[in-house]
Structure formats: structure tokens, C-alpha cells
Ligand binder design. Structure first.
Ligand code: ZN
Ligand code: FE
Length: 256
């Protein structure tokens, strides 16, 4: 069965991911029910399931209304309190979606929130606010060490994996990436491509893991250019990838 993967823009810079089969679809992180309803009606699709990565309102605010309207299950992290979730999931479990003849494996990836999960299947990972294109999520409930482990878990997936994240932050993220690695050609090329897409109001996503490995500074904390930039910013020597990550994560928080 052919599947179509569509990012639905919501709020200021969120994406709600729609994966559609012939007759039904799933959505990931519906912060708002309205754009989901419109997309489903337009395409004459029913809703087979809602998948939620973490408890922030911009990712699950529309889940309860959609579940009620379509009578579908809501998968979500077992480690977080989300009223709409009917199927709590842990690492190693999976979200089965028989209507699409598919299933997604759950990866626990704490850091942005304490119970954040990702869904992996179909050569796609829905990673919420953990890995962004050219960036990563803020540490609201987790530690730098946790986030590094979570990113390493995502990095173990194949290069061709489509990265479907929760926000359109690519252009701003690339400005920061470029400040760290001014000599990285992949960053420059992608910055031009991303700016062009955004000027036409098109999404820069999904990215691929192969691309992210080449230019996402948060996946490159062992690269000498990133280490050097982080040390210069910190004003002292750094030891190990977690220290480098810690410095660039807090640097990014105030970078404009
Ligand atoms: Zn979030
Ligand atoms: Fe978010």
C-alpha cells in the first residue's frame, strides 16, 4: 500500500504529521484538531490513530477532540500524564495500525520532557521536539546527558530515515550551525535551500538522518570544529561530548 507523508502547518511554526493510506490516516502530535479535520475531509480519509510524542499542549491539544470524533485510539508516552492517551507505550513496545497495515516502534528519548518518545517505522521517525533539522529541543525536564543519549539512539537509525519533527526551526537553526562551523559546506548549501523553500512558504521537512549527521551541531559534539567553537565560547577546555553539548545547548538558548 502506498503511503503519503504530509506536514500540516499549525500555530506559528508547528507541524502535525499526517501519514495517509488509501482510506485512512494517522496523525502525529495534533496540537490543534482543525487543520487535521480539514486535511482528512479534503482527502476523504478516516482517522485510524493519533500518536503523541510528549505532553506539551502544542503537540496534543487536539487529540481528545479527534479521538472523540473519529473513535480512534490515542498512543502516547507511558511516562507522561496525558488525559487523551488510551494506549500508553514504553520503549520496545509498538503502535499497531492495522488500517494502514503498519506499526511503529517506540523509542524513549527523554531530555526535552521526561517521558518523550519517538515512533520509528516505514523508514520514518516522528521525533517531536527532540531532534530538529539542524538543531535539537530545549532541555525543559531532562539533563544534557539524557538528551545526548536520546540523540545517540536516533543516530543509530539508518541514514535514509526521514526526520519528522514538531517545528519549522530550520533556518534559524542553520544560522547557529554556521556560527559554529563556518567552513562546513553542507550547512551553507542547506541554508540556501531552506531559505528558498521558506520564501515560498514550503516546509524544509522532512530532513534525513544522513543530512543531519553532516550539519546538525548537536549530533556533532565530537567533531573538532564544534569542540573548538564550544571551547572558545566557554573560555576553557571541555572534556567529552556531554560537556560540549551542554555549552552549545545553552549558547543556542541566547543566540540571535
Ligand atoms: Zn515541546
Ligand atoms: Fe513543541
Amino acid at each position: 500500500m502506498g503511503h503519503e507523508l504530509i506536514p500540516l502547518p499549525a500555530f506559528r511554526d508547528n507541524y502535525i504529521w499526517l501519514l495517509a493510506g488509501d482510506k485512512s490516516a494517522i496523525v502525529v502530535d495534533p496540537g490543534d484538531a482543525v487543520p487535521v479535520r480539514m486535511a482528512l475531509e479534503q482527502r476523504h480519509l478516516s482517522l485510524a490513530a493519533v500518536l503523541i510524542t510528549h505532553h506539551h499542549a502544542d503537540h496534543m491539544g487536539g487529540a481528545a477532540a479527534l479521538a472523540l470524533q473519529y473513535g480512534c485510539p490515542v498512543f502516547g508516552p507511558a511516562g507522561e500524564v496525558i488525559d487523551a492517551v488510551t494506549e500508553p507505550l514504553r520503549e520496545g513496545q509498538q503502535a499497531d495500525i492495522p488500517q494502514l497495515e503498519t506499526c511503529f516502534k517506540v523509542l524513549e528519548i527523554p531530555g526535552h520532557t521526561a517521558g518523550h518518545i519517538a515512533y520509528y517505522g516505514h523508514n520514518i521517525v516522528f521525533c517531536g521536539d527532540t531532534l530538529f533539522s539542524a538543531g535539537c529541543g530545549r532541555l525543559f525536564e531532562g539533563t544534557a546527558a539524557q538528551m545526548c543519549r536520546s540523540l545517540a539512539k536516533l543516530m543509530a537509525l539508518p541514514d535514509s530515515t526521514a526526520i519528522c519533527c514538531g517545528h519549522e526551526y530550520t533556518v534559524a537553526n542553520l544560522r547557529f550551525a554556521r556560527a559554529l562551523e563556518p567552513g562546513n559546506r553542507d550547512i551553507l548549501d542547506y541554508a540556501a535551500e531552506a531559505a528558498e523553500l521558506r520564501s515560498r512558504d514550503l516546509p524544509t521537512l522532512p530532513s534525513t538522518l544522513g543530512r543531519e549527521r553532516c550539519l546538525n551541531p548537536f549530533l556533532r559534539c565530537g567533531e573538532s570544529a564544534v569542540v573548538t567553537a564550544a571551547q572558545r565560547h566557554a573560555g576553557h577546555e571541555l572534556h567529552g561530548q556531554i560537556e560540549v553539548f551542554t555549552v552549545i545547548r545553552s549558547w543556542k538558548d541566547t543566540f540571535t
